[in-house]
Design a protein around this ligand. Structure first.
Ligand code: CA
Length: 545
């Protein structure tokens, strides 16, 4: 048994003892039943402490993979509104004493079933549909409805967190419990909004695959327009895979080891001579992907570019699998989400491919005005004052090969926190880049236990005061259920009809030392020592961004 397991068992025992102690009244509502009675009565009638805007729609007992009570309901919101925000909380009988909210990504609009791992581990695990009423992963039509849009942007996760925590406190008759909120992509943005706007909602916030900004969609449109105007600029998926191989060959060793990972992706520098198999027209597209959408005279609206440390997915996702002209079925998926947002916000006739003028500052400012109107994102390290004062902790992470949201957003936000709060920022904020990892999940040669490793590190930080200056991860075979944006989560919630593939064959075991930014791991082992062993790596590098 390793130390982590011992700690977990010690905590679980303590939890069991505490839960047998006399009931403690929750500060804001009186439980309707004592713990034993509440757990026995998994019924909507027993949940009358959740708040007057809350309607419990069902409370059902389940036994697989462990006995728990699942409560589904809605919170009514208004001004702007009216709207309804859906939530779910699963309350295990063998509770580990912790509350965990997992916020879905994309356009939300669905309730993610509680993951089996979380139920088995005993978390009271909650989620929300964010009130978007979306009917598909990238259905952005809710943006036209101010109430739904505000709930999606930040209010929905907040009211769902308040309601589900009230239910958990009442159910277990426990006034206080360690509370965690996590999500990736759109769920990461929501988690960041919670930390910035509603820091009392949790003790630990795990923000993944975000922050992005609305203007990343503007960037995606700029990429699509660049290629659509001159199809010779299109780079096929196979060519993009080759681009990735060239970049890996050239920059793999910059971290001290040729291990198939570029640990500091900011070291990737494009030069024309590296890619003789691309035409000048195609190379201009590669440069645009790397450059992003810089600010221009008259408008600060901008987006960072991609680092291109493994762009094999960025090819098909950002540029499509067939050259232009595209239709709704063949356009690049990233651009497709821009189209849906822009049609919802500007009307059905709006064509982002031809009507956006990225060189015109008035057009960019018009974008800003539109996004501000619907709640936008508006994140800023300066908004963390209240969370920092209140003792909250924030871990922000991204896949260094994220093919959707440029991971530079995460590096920039982390740098912004350090710039504002200095060394004191380490007491409440740590940023991480996961090498080789794609958007929220998957990757080539990357760790597979990112979600549980981050959650365990956050628990050590919140519950034991151990700051996560570095986190050990591995590539052990791992069901990716924990990630709310995974296809598994989409499939079990009915949003995706694509059945998840069986787990691939287990790779050669490897461990990874993931360093808190701005540090990055460097190989410091003796010549010939194992590059797959985290003990041969130290947080000795520094991100050049
Ligand atoms: Ca390397």
């Amino acid at each position: 048994m390793d130390m982590r397991q011992r700690n977990f068992l010690a905590l679980a025992s303590a939890t069991l003892l505490l839960s047998m102690a006399p009931a403690v009244a929750a500060p804001d509502a009186a439980p309707a039943a004592t713990p034993g009675e509440a757990a026995a009565a998994c019924s909507a009638a027993a949940m009358n402490w959740a708040g007057e805007d809350v309607e419990i729609r069902s409370a059902r007992p389940f036994t697989d993979p462990a006995p728990y009570c699942r409560v589904d309901g809605i919170v009514r919101t208004d001004d702007p509104g009216p709207n309804e925000v859906g939530f779910m909380i699963a309350l295990p009988q063998r509770w580990n004493g912790r509350y965990l909210m997992v916020i879905p990504g994309g356009s939300a609009g669905y309730i993610v079933n509680p993951s089996r791992e979380h139920i088995r581990a005993g978390y009271a695990v909650a989620t929300t549909d964010k009130g978007s009423h979306s009917t598909g992963a990238l259905d952005m039509s809710f943006r036209a409805d101010p109430g739904r849009s505000e709930d999606y942007a930040h209010r929905g996760a907040h009211v769902a967190a308040v309601a589900t925590q009230a239910i958990a406190r009442g159910y277990y008759a426990r006034a206080r419990m360690p509370r965690y909120i996590m999500g990736c992509s759109g769920g990461g943005v929501s988690t960041l909004m919670e930390a910035e706007r509603y820091p009392a909602d949790a003790d630990g916030f795990i923000v993944g695959g975000a922050p992005s900004s609305a203007y990343v969609q503007t960037f995606w449109a700029a990429i699509a327009q660049h290629v659509a105007r001159a199809p010779a600029r299109w780079i096929s998926p196979a060519e993009m895979t080759r681009v990735g191989q060239v970049i890996m060959e050239r920059f793999d060793g910059t971290d001290g080891a040729r291990d198939g990972l570029i640990w500091d992706p900011t070291r990737v520098r494009l030069t024309r001579d590296l890619f003789p198999f691309l035409s000048d027209a195609q190379y201009s597209t590669l440069e645009l992907l790397a450059r992003g959408l810089p600010a221009i005279e008259g408008s600060e609206v901008s987006a960072p570019g991609y680092w291109l440390a493994n762009p094999s997915l960025l090819g098909p996702i950002g540029l499509g699998t067939t050259p232009p002209p595209w239709d709704a079925a063949t356009r690049p998926p990233l651009f497709g989400s821009t189209v849906l947002s822009m049609k919802a916000l500007r009307g059905e006739d709006y064509d982002a491919l031809t009507q956006m003028d990225f060189a015109d500052p008035r057009a960019r400012e018009a974008e800003r005005a539109i996004w501000d109107r619907v709640g936008g994102y508006g994140y800023d390290p300066a908004h963390l004052d209240a969370m920092a004062r209140g003792g909250g902790k924030l871990m922000m992470w991204a896949g260094a090969s994220d093919e959707a949201i440029p991971p530079a957003y995460t590096a920039d936000y982390s740098a912004g926190v350090r710039a504002r709060y200095g060394a004191a920022s380490q007491d409440f904020f740590q940023g991480f880049l996961v090498p080789g990892m794609f958007h929220c999940r998957g990757g080539e040669g990357s760790p597979t236990d990112v979600s549980p490793a981050l959650l365990e590190a956050m628990q050590r930080w919140v519950e034991e005061g151990r700051r996560p200056a570095e986190i050990l991860m591995s590539n052990r075979p791992y069901a990716l259920e924990l990630n709310s944006t995974s296809n598994t989560a989409m499939y079990v919630s009915g949003m995706s009809t694509r059945k998840p593939a069986d787990a691939p064959e287990a790779p050669t075991p490897r461990s990874y030392r993931i360093c808190a930014l701005p540090a990055v791991a460097q190989f410091t082992g003796a010549a010939g020592s194992d590059v797959r062993d985290a003990r041969n790596w130290r947080c000795a590098g520094r991100l050049s961004r």
